[in-house]
Design a protein around this ligand. Structure first.
Ligand code: NAD
Ligand code: IPM
Ligand code: MN
Length: 342
């Protein structure tokens, strides 16, 4: 054993299916890591009445990294008690992850599949840096009476600075900072702080873009983006939109990182997909590539991460495709193709 531990949380819906796929790949390239599989979400509620037990949370905090499938179940609507979906937000805040990286890299062999013409798809390659610790997600959000409800949007300078530094550090040429500064005070602070941070990176261009325009520019020509930096909710919405360039939301990995040495949380961007759960047809690429991000950012195993990314690309380029990519491969068949390519 390497002494490195990864907690693996399959979760709800297709979560366990895609996480099993990622775990098979991780075991192949990092067999010396201790993978500690635990329950979260509905299965954890059934086992011990809570979606995220104290013991599981403690194991996550001790680990070098955490891999999550997906959380959320139609049997437990938003706001229900217990709420499996809430476990993800608890994990993020308890682990202290603050910035979420969502790479949007089109594969040219899939460029013909989607609704956007191939010439505008194949060279798309940018990174969404989503602030993950603030905004509407973390203000007071349970104020409610019969007549009205209140969600607070709060941002501190420190939160914006942290995300901005990650974005500029990752940029090759330009950071596009997305906000709604024509309306929101938090966005005005956002714009001010991002502009200050930009001065530390004179070789990187900074542009500001209002979020409504950004949503449109993303569809018009996403080849213009290098790093797209944005706050929590805008980043959530824009990343699902951007997944169009990868062929399916099932393709998108993500890494949620802290800045103080806390373990990262690695999770595909998609949800529990109740409409296809249990059918064995879920696309495991987002989960497998989240595993690659875990190897790179969580365990410092660059060579293994590169190998996984190459194997996924090879499986796709060889024509192995799940249903969301208009193919017929099952989750297991696609995973076998990746293992074969390794
Ligand atoms: P979703 O991402 O689960 O599904 C949206 C659509 O994409 C569905 O048609 C689904 O079949 C498809 N899809 C998603 N992942 C896929 C994959 N890997 N392969 C093939 N097709 C895939 O979003 P939703 O339907 O809005 O949400 C369902 C549940 O998931 C809700 O409870 C929501 O709160 C939760 N959710 C969880 C996470 C997470 O855990 N990180 C993220 C988003 C949504
Ligand atoms: C995501 C998800 C989560 C979010 C939900 C499940 C809380 O949509 O990771 O994109 O909104 O952050
Ligand atoms: Mn989302």
């Amino acid at each position: 054993m390497s002494g490195q531990t990864v907690v693996v949380l399959g979760g709800d819906g297709i979560g366990p299916e895609v996480t099993d796929a990622a775990l098979a790949v991780l075991r192949r390239v990092a067999g010396d890591v201790d993978f500690d599989e635990r329950l979260v979400g509905v299965s954890a509620i059934r086992a011990d009445g809570t979606a995220l037990s104290a013991a599981t949370l403690a194991a996550c905090k001790r680990a070098d990294a955490v891999l999550v499938g997906a959380l959320g179940d139609p049997g437990f609507p938003p706001g229900s008690d217990p709420d499996p979906g809430e476990a993800l937000l608890t994990l993020r805040s308890e682990l202290g992850v603050t910035v979420n990286l969502r790479p949007i890299a089109a594969r040219s062999t899939l460029a013909e599949l989607g609704p956007i013409r191939a010439s505008h798809v194949q060279d798309v390659d940018f990174l969404i840096v989503r602030e993950l610790s603030g905004g509407l997600y973390r203000g007071g959000r349970h104020a409610r009476d019969a007549r009205a409800a209140l969600d607070e949007c709060v941002y501190t300078r420190e939160q914006v600075e942290r995300a901005a530094r990650v974005a500029f550090g990752a940029a090759r040429t330009r950071v596009t900072s997305v906000d709604k500064a024509n309306v929101l005070e938090t966005s005005r602070l956002w714009r001010e702080v991002v502009t200050e941070v930009a001065r530390e990176f004179p070789e990187i261009e900074l542009e500001h873009m209002l979020v409504d325009n950004a949503a449109m520019q993303l569809l018009l020509d996403a080849r213009r983006f290098d790093v797209l930096l944005t706050e929590n909710l805008f980043g959530d919405v824009l990343s699902d939109e951007a997944s169009i360039y990868c062929g399916s939301i099932g393709m998108l990995p993500s890494a949620s990182l802290g800045t103080d040495g806390s373990p990262g949380l690695f999770e595909p961007a998609h949800g529990s997909a109740p409409d296809i759960a249990g059918l064995g047809v879920a696309n495991p690429v987002g989960a497998i590539l989240s595993g690659a991000m875990l190897l790179r950012h969580g365990l410092d195993r660059t060579a293994a991460a590169d190998a996984v990314e190459r194997a996924v690309a090879a499986a796709i380029d060889a024509g192995t495709r799940t249903r969301d990519l208009q193919g017929t491969a099952t989750t297991g068949e696609f995973t076998a193709a990746v293992l074969e390519a390794l």
